[in-house]
Write a protein that binds this ligand. Sequence first.
Ligand SMILES: Nc1nc2c(ncn2[C@@H]2O[C@H](COP(=O)(O)OP(=O)(O)OP(=O)(O)O)[C@@H](O)[C@H]2O)c(=O)[nH]1
Ligand SMILES: [Mg+2]
Length: 319
Amino acid sequence: MEKLIERLIQKNRIALSKLITMVENDSPQLLDIMKAIYPLTGKAYVLGVTGPPGAGKSTLVDKLICNFRSNGQSVGILCVDPSSIFSGGAFLGDRVRMEWAYQDDGVFLRSLATRGALGGLAPRVSEIIKLMDAFGKEVIIVETVGVGQMEADIIRYADTKIVVSVPGLGDQMQALKAGILEIADVLVVNKADLSGAQDVADDLKMMLYLRKESDWTPEILLTEGLNNRGISDLYEAIQRHRTFLCQSGLKERQTKLQRKHACCDALEEGLKKYLRQKFLEVEEVKTILKKVQEEGLNPYHAADEILQLLLPIHIEEGE
Ligand SMILES: Nc1nc2c(ncn2[C@@H]2O[C@H](COP(=O)(O)OP(=O)(O)OP(=O)(O)O)[C@@H](O)[C@H]2O)c(=O)[nH]1
Ligand SMILES: [Mg+2]
């Protein structure tokens, strides 16, 4: 592992790939990897792109890359694919469309499968972002499909969150709205060459009035990813949000919160692992569980008793 991290620092792409795979597969060395790379992180700017399947997210990302590259910034892309039943071939599609990325050393592309979307396991997006950051990627774009809670969770790590919609969504629009209200910093109506795009934009504008009062009002932009129209406006809108984040002090507040969350998440996972592996070996726990199983002891009563036994810090209800 140390060797891999050394090579990561030397900008070795294979080392980055290998480390991502280790993180993705929950390697037992995960915590050690994160400990080692953390001091190298904190420089990247993270862009999240989400929206319904087929909205043109990859096409937009593909075009945006050019803007970042022509400004001399190196780019990492993380495509979080939905589980195959929903993707309808998107997996391969992304690969094909963005293959040129492999020709440019300044671009690193990685697809990531959601770890059992139905089981609610979020992929290790924040850890992989940190790996790309440590490698030296200056801009990291995370593309994820959908507009539900899971996607909101996935792109909560992004500094700027773009929600893409398209004309003709019908029922999906309601779901989109709920997602948008919570997360969007920039709203894009793609496929503006199709009829109804302006209606969608107007609808989104109305909806923004329902948004909680905040210092930032999302811009609404019309784009045609396929025809490369509106992309530089989008790029500029992204830059404006980035500037706002820095100048308002929000970026700093978010960074501090993210640090706390990273620690709490790692702690929660460590505890879960510990509980699964070790707590069944504790004699008192074994005795209580036996009483639950064989003698009908109230399982909730028992869980409370075990908690108090194992945790020296007693947590009062409501805390
Ligand atoms: N008419 C039109 N089609 C577009 C536009 N942008 C993208 N498309 C097409 O829409 C289809 C889906 O594009 P993608 O970029 O793969 O969309 P996506 O949102 O990444 O799709 P998933 O990752 O599968 O959710 C492709 O056939 C694109 O060529 C546009 O501006 N106008
Ligand atoms: Mg895509």
